[in-house]
Design a protein around this ligand. Sequence first.
Ligand code: NAX
Length: 326
Amino acid sequence: MSEPKRIAVTGAAGQICYSMLFRIANGDIYGPNQPVSLQLLEITPALGLLEAVKMELDDCAFPLLHEVICTDDPKVALKDVDAALFVGAKPRGPGMERKDLISDNGKIFSALGQTLNEVGNPDCKVVVVGNPANTNAYILKANAPKMNPRNITALTRLDHNRAISQLAEKTDSRIGDIKKMVIWGNHSTTQVPDITWASVAGKSAPDLVDTAWAHDTFIPTVAKRGAAVIDARGSSSAASAANGVVDHMASWVQGTPDGDWVSMAVPSDGSYGIEEGLIYSFPVTCKNGDYTIISDLEVSDAIREKMLASQTELNEERETVKDLLS
Ligand code: NAX
């Protein structure tokens, strides 16, 4: 067996992590032959709860789980990690907009970016989950100049999975029959779920559903699904978010299948006229531990307008946190 991969997880005693850590320890990110060590970060008052999570991890006797470190010191948690999953943040409550969270959560990500810069492995793969995820990733990137900027990403895989699920339901098909879904933009209500290139059992999705459904029902249902879950359960998505993080990392590490792609929020390379460096969700393929933005799709005017609106929102969020961009 090879050396364990070291994975930092922040907010490790929270709801998302309670569903996620057990999947990682089971090998769901790095595969069934790769041992992992977990370096778990929490704020000091939550260390007792974190210790309870460690007890349960121990009690699972996962063959691949090499070591679990519980700490409230970011320098210990982020040291020499191969992957860092930034989940810890204040979650959005009922009636709260993501923007309300920006200033509170932004400070967490500027501080963690500086620590990652100091003690992190420069090639470490980063995914930011804590909201507003794209802007927090942007803050982290700005505060961690030694890190490979390509590897600072944010989670839109939950949105991607939600979009697949909605299309499967509408077309009465199986999840596995749906390929080439796209989420463009910000992980927020301005995101643009797009079925233009999607196929359902080999048939073009736009030929199977009417345009009005794709624009007026599908897009808002996916974009507002997070709020719908909050309304239904009184707190934000946890198990499905955890699954999204595992899928995001597993695709990145192990690759995407031929003939399909996934959505990841990554630093823009200028594709589709999106400002370079902005953390923006694109369709990507993954191979050999790296991703490639699909950059040559013909986008309709209606979708482009929405893509630009999402970019505008990201620019506004960035303006709000400009003091944190060092
Ligand atoms: P919880 O409140 O259950 O857990 C968050 C944990 O983070 C808490 O245990 C808290 O003590 C810890 N924490 C707070 N500040 C910290 C810091 N500076 N360092 C380390 N740990 C810290 O929230 P949970 O439901 O797990 O959600 C976590 C984040 O994910 C929230 O920001 C939430 O909005 C976001 N989400 C993002 C999603 C996405 O698709 N990008 C979807 C789900 C979720 O809404």
